[in-house]
Design a protein around this ligand. Structure first.
Ligand SMILES: [Zn+2]
Length: 207
């Protein structure tokens, strides 16, 4: 009698757990769900660079306050750092608009920035320069470009029309947890640069 009661109880218990988990899963909004091959399609990067990359899933609350899942292509040795940072982003509910590999924007950094997309790998030159960006190796990340634009010494701003207002949600500042945590892990913040203030940009090129 008792074991019958116990098995009934266990059945009920696990049914509830499963339905809660299923509900939680179904509430996630999927921003990106690509295979690795799809995420690198059409890139100009050489094979050794492609072989050094990994595509990871990340979860975050967007500006709609809902839980989203996106993907980011980064250099393999930075996977732990980036997972750790996104765990903190999720726990703190720091809003991230979306995280989608740049292939979805035909490798156009301008289109990705204008859409407020957070991303890393893109085999491209530094804007207005002739050298390869650290994004070419998946060792730099741009976060919420609309809240955290690049502001050049001649006051031009990328993306166009964006404004850096430290009090607006999703904005990165010197003393916010994101900057502190990235720096603890050895990353550099573009907001600390002198001639160009690249508030969206973090990079870690040395280990
Ligand atoms: Zn950048």
């Amino acid at each position: 009698m008792f074991s019958k009661f116990l098995s009934y109880f266990l059945f009920l218990f696990f049914s509830v757990i499963c339905s809660v988990l299923a509900k939680e899963n179904s509430n996630i909004i999927i921003d990106a769900h690509l295979t690795f091959q799809e995420a690198i399609k059409g890139t100009q990067a050489p094979k050794e660079v492609i072989d050094s990359l990994v595509l990871i899933d990340v979860e975050y609350f967007s500006f709609d306050k809902k839980l989203h899942r996106g993907q980011i292509l980064i250099r393999k040795n930075l996977e732990n750092d980036v997972q750790h940072i996104f765990q903190l982003i999720k726990e703190s509910k720091f809003p991230i608009k979306k995280v989608v590999p740049i292939v979805q924007y035909n490798w156009s950094d301008d289109s990705s920035m204008a859409d407020n997309n957070t991303s890393s790998f893109n085999y491209r030159k530094v804007a207005n320069k002739n050298k390869l960006s650290n994004h070419s190796f998946g060792t730099a990340i741009d976060i919420n470009p609309v809240q955290n634009p690049a502001v050049y010494s001649d006051s031009t701003i990328s993306p166009k029309g964006a404004k850096y207002s430290p009090l607006v949600k999703g904005t990165i500042t010197e003393d916010c947890f994101l900057t502190k945590e990235f720096k603890k892990l050895g990353w550099i913040w573009g907001g600390n640069w002198k001639s160009l203030k690249d508030y969206q940009h973090f990079e870690k090129t040395k280990n």
